[in-house]
Design a binder for this molecule. Sequence first.
Ligand code: SF4
Length: 235
Amino acid sequence: MILRLDNPVSHFSTLKINEMFETIQGEGAHTGVPAVFVRLQGCPVGCPWCDTKHTWTLDDALVTTADNVLKKDAESETHFATDAKGLLALFEQEGYVAKHIVITGGEPCMYDLRDLTTRLHARGYTTQIETSGTYEVLCHADTWVTVSPKVEMKGGYEVLTSALQRANEIKHPVAMEKHIEELDTLLARLDDISQVQVCLQPISQQARATALAVKTCIQRNWRLSLQTHKYIGIE
Ligand code: SF4
């Protein structure tokens, strides 16, 4: 596969929101924390096991109202467009109780998230971004950045060293030994891996993937991340 080394450097400023809902963070370092999930539209990375393929397409014909998106009861490609100020107004309208905001996708780092995360921190929220690491991460300094690196996917995007360096947590999807080797290659790009929390997450709850992740976490003193929301049937 030929990697595209020219990962896009310009970021969208208008936010395109596919879903927004209050739930419990099911995976990674913040597992169990009540959170508002903001799912941004658009992702060119092309992971075959992706469970949010409905977020891939960015097309103006799919734009609808915020009300329609907030009322969604099934996955769809429709989304609404807003800016950081408009999104905060919607948070107040919806009366969310959670104080942790998870910005996910899709690939949320296609967007410039500095304005949104800065406004959220100013209002007393904590923020978290879940990214594939294929775009430069633009956000508030206190945002918790979870990089779940996607290596050699169909879209041909490279995992950026700048994204790995910004990560508070590197949460690697694993199904086979080659994924551990990929992770070792990525970690070798960092000067000091003690500054980042490394965890393994079995792909699609497969039994073999889970056994490999458990064994490797014990050997390496890494953390195990399970997609607990899938075990208990919440979004
Ligand atoms: S990066 Fe995330 S949203 Fe994009 S294809 Fe991969 S799993 Fe899906």
